[in-house]
Every structure is written in structure tokens, then in C-alpha cells.
Design a protein. Sequence first.
Length: 213
Amino acid sequence: MYKFLKITLIVLGVIILGIAVLVFSFIQSMKPDKDKEEEVKDQAEQYLKDNFNSNFVIYDTLFDNMGNFGFEYAAKVRDTVTETQFLVYYDDEKNHMVDTYIAEKWAKDLEKKISPFIEENLEDSTDFYVFFDDKIGSEFDIDPNNPRTYKDFDVDPTIRITVPRKKSDEDEKIINEFVSLLKSEADLQHGSVVMEFIAENGVILDDEWWKDF
């Protein structure tokens, strides 16, 4: 009996120790590596000197510990004139540093265009986001010091609208009017509009509307 109890305690101890090691390893993996943070800052600093003017400053770093992005570490950069915030990171596929400035700048510009329509036609707590491909700047070979405008290019952004209520019969009409505004006032020829409906606790309530144009 004593021998059985002793073996049981040893097995439980090994299990508990194993769980503790796993928990510790997980916690450590969620923490950023200070050396790698400094490395990406240094790389981004040189990248900014080579490609941007003096209006751009590094203010923080981003550690992607969940694998949501195509990088592990990135420098957070701010345009001190327009307050546009974007990322600079090392692209493993291209083997050099890249940035998301044009995508973020154009998204911010388009958001200003559509904000009055959202405020006028939907609930006050409605959120909306504009997404351009992160690498659109390099795709069109755009000088970040002369970002031009999305209107000069054949682009297809996605606008996602999150409405804090259930779907309404009026929503299709609202989306159609919104698309008309995007074409006439925002000068967009292509894009996608997604409208999703959520409860106050964030639970999705209905199927989302999706319209390509």
C-alpha cells in the first residue's frame, strides 16, 4: 500500500512538474526578446534614413507572438505631420525591409471620405475600417515622400462596417447607397463592402452583408 502511494505521488509530481514547465515555456514565449526588439529598431532606423524624410519617427515595437502577421518583430513608426501610424519589418520572402505606410495612409484618407456617411446613416457606436493590401506601396513602386492618392491607381480596398444590432431590411439599401458614394465621391472603381452585426458582448448576431463592386 505504501509503495503504491509512493509511486502515485511520484507520478503526480512528474505530471505537475511537466505542466509547470509547459506553462513557464508558454509565458516565456509570449514575452518579446529585448535584443530582437533593438535589432528591428536599428534596421528600421536605417530603412527610414534611406527611404523617408525626417518627419517619420519610431515610437515602439510590435511582437507578433500569435502568428497573426508575416513577421515576428516590427517597428512602429509615426508620420509626425499626418499622424499616420504604420509598421516597418523584415520581409523573409523578399529578404529586405518593407513598410505599410502607403496602405495605412490611403486607408486613413479614405476613412475621412466615408466617415460622414457612416455617422449619418448608422448607429453612433458603429465601427468601420478600411483595408488596403499592406504591400501596395511597393507593388506600385510609390515614393513614400510623395504618397500621391489611391485615386491615381486601380485599387480594390475592403471596407468593413461593424453595426451593434441585428440585421435590418434597410441594410441592403444603405450598402447600395454607400457603394454609390464610394464611386462618385471617393472615386473608387473597385472594392468590397462588408457589414457585420454584433451584440454588445461582441457575439455575431446575423450573417454579414458582402458586396463587391
